[in-house]
Design a protein around this ligand. Structure first.
Ligand SMILES: [Zn+2]
Length: 111
Protein backbone atom coordinates (compact mmCIF):
# COMPACT_ATOMS: atom_id res chain seq x y z
CA UNK A 1 0.00 0.00 0.00
CA UNK A 2 1.29 3.44 -0.89
CA UNK A 3 0.44 6.24 1.49
CA UNK A 4 0.42 9.74 0.08
CA UNK A 5 0.61 13.08 1.81
CA UNK A 6 -0.04 16.43 0.21
CA UNK A 7 2.61 18.87 1.28
CA UNK A 8 1.25 22.15 2.60
CA UNK A 9 2.74 25.44 1.42
CA UNK A 10 5.65 26.52 3.55
CA UNK A 11 5.53 30.18 2.54
CA UNK A 12 9.20 30.23 1.70
CA UNK A 13 10.78 29.48 -1.65
CA UNK A 14 14.08 28.97 0.05
CA UNK A 15 12.82 25.92 1.92
CA UNK A 16 10.27 24.73 -0.63
CA UNK A 17 11.63 22.03 -2.93
CA UNK A 18 8.63 22.38 -5.26
CA UNK A 19 9.62 25.01 -7.84
CA UNK A 20 6.27 25.00 -9.59
CA UNK A 21 3.95 25.28 -6.60
CA UNK A 22 0.92 27.33 -7.60
CA UNK A 23 2.01 27.57 -11.25
CA UNK A 24 0.53 24.41 -12.76
CA UNK A 25 -2.89 23.71 -14.24
CA UNK A 26 -4.24 20.41 -15.49
CA UNK A 27 -5.32 20.50 -19.15
CA UNK A 28 -7.69 17.61 -18.50
CA UNK A 29 -9.82 19.01 -15.68
CA UNK A 30 -8.67 22.63 -15.32
CA UNK A 31 -7.79 22.16 -11.67
CA UNK A 32 -4.53 23.14 -10.04
CA UNK A 33 -1.72 20.60 -10.24
CA UNK A 34 -0.25 20.36 -6.75
CA UNK A 35 2.88 19.02 -5.10
CA UNK A 36 2.39 15.44 -3.98
CA UNK A 37 4.82 13.67 -1.72
CA UNK A 38 4.74 9.91 -1.86
CA UNK A 39 6.24 8.55 1.32
CA UNK A 40 9.58 7.03 0.42
CA UNK A 41 9.04 7.85 -3.25
CA UNK A 42 10.10 10.57 -5.66
CA UNK A 43 8.74 14.12 -5.55
CA UNK A 44 5.82 14.55 -7.91
CA UNK A 45 2.83 16.68 -8.85
CA UNK A 46 -0.77 15.54 -9.26
CA UNK A 47 -4.02 17.32 -9.97
CA UNK A 48 -6.56 17.85 -7.26
CA UNK A 49 -9.34 15.83 -8.89
CA UNK A 50 -7.05 12.87 -9.40
CA UNK A 51 -7.78 12.58 -13.12
CA UNK A 52 -4.17 11.58 -13.72
CA UNK A 53 -3.51 7.93 -13.06
CA UNK A 54 0.22 8.53 -12.81
CA UNK A 55 1.66 11.49 -10.88
CA UNK A 56 4.02 13.74 -12.84
CA UNK A 57 7.72 13.54 -12.01
CA UNK A 58 8.68 16.76 -10.23
CA UNK A 59 12.30 16.52 -11.37
CA UNK A 60 11.36 16.10 -15.04
CA UNK A 61 8.71 18.82 -14.97
CA UNK A 62 10.91 21.34 -13.13
CA UNK A 63 13.91 20.67 -15.39
CA UNK A 64 11.78 21.28 -18.47
CA UNK A 65 10.22 24.48 -17.14
CA UNK A 66 13.61 25.76 -16.01
CA UNK A 67 15.06 25.14 -19.48
CA UNK A 68 12.23 27.21 -20.96
CA UNK A 69 12.77 29.94 -18.35
CA UNK A 70 16.51 29.99 -19.13
CA UNK A 71 15.81 30.25 -22.84
CA UNK A 72 13.54 33.28 -22.32
CA UNK A 73 15.66 35.06 -19.70
CA UNK A 74 19.18 33.59 -19.86
CA UNK A 75 20.95 36.28 -17.85
CA UNK A 76 18.38 36.42 -15.09
CA UNK A 77 18.22 32.63 -14.96
CA UNK A 78 22.00 32.31 -14.66
CA UNK A 79 21.96 34.56 -11.61
CA UNK A 80 19.49 32.35 -9.75
CA UNK A 81 20.33 29.65 -7.26
CA UNK A 82 18.14 26.58 -6.93
CA UNK A 83 16.40 28.20 -3.96
CA UNK A 84 15.40 31.36 -5.85
CA UNK A 85 14.39 29.88 -9.19
CA UNK A 86 10.69 29.71 -8.29
CA UNK A 87 10.54 33.50 -8.05
CA UNK A 88 11.85 33.97 -11.59
CA UNK A 89 9.47 31.34 -12.98
CA UNK A 90 6.56 33.19 -11.37
CA UNK A 91 7.81 36.50 -12.79
CA UNK A 92 7.87 35.17 -16.33
CA UNK A 93 4.85 32.86 -16.44
CA UNK A 94 1.30 33.41 -15.30
CA UNK A 95 0.58 29.70 -15.41
CA UNK A 96 1.73 26.49 -17.06
CA UNK A 97 -0.85 24.01 -18.32
CA UNK A 98 0.12 20.35 -18.24
CA UNK A 99 -1.40 18.11 -20.91
CA UNK A 100 -0.71 14.43 -21.32
CA UNK A 101 2.64 14.47 -19.56
CA UNK A 102 5.77 16.40 -18.68
CA UNK A 103 6.58 16.95 -22.36
CA UNK A 104 3.16 18.48 -23.08
CA UNK A 105 3.32 21.93 -21.51
CA UNK A 106 1.56 25.15 -22.52
CA UNK A 107 3.11 28.31 -21.13
CA UNK A 108 1.07 31.44 -20.40
CA UNK A 109 3.49 34.35 -20.27
CA UNK A 110 2.94 37.44 -18.18
CA UNK A 111 2.57 40.48 -20.41
ZN1 LIG B 1 -6.81 16.88 -13.77
Amino acid sequence: MVRTVTVEPTGSWATDPYLLRGMLRCAGCGEAVLPLQTVGGPRSYACRCGCRMVPLSAEALEARVWRETSRIAPERAAARTRATRAGLIAEIFRSITVGGGVTDLTYARRT
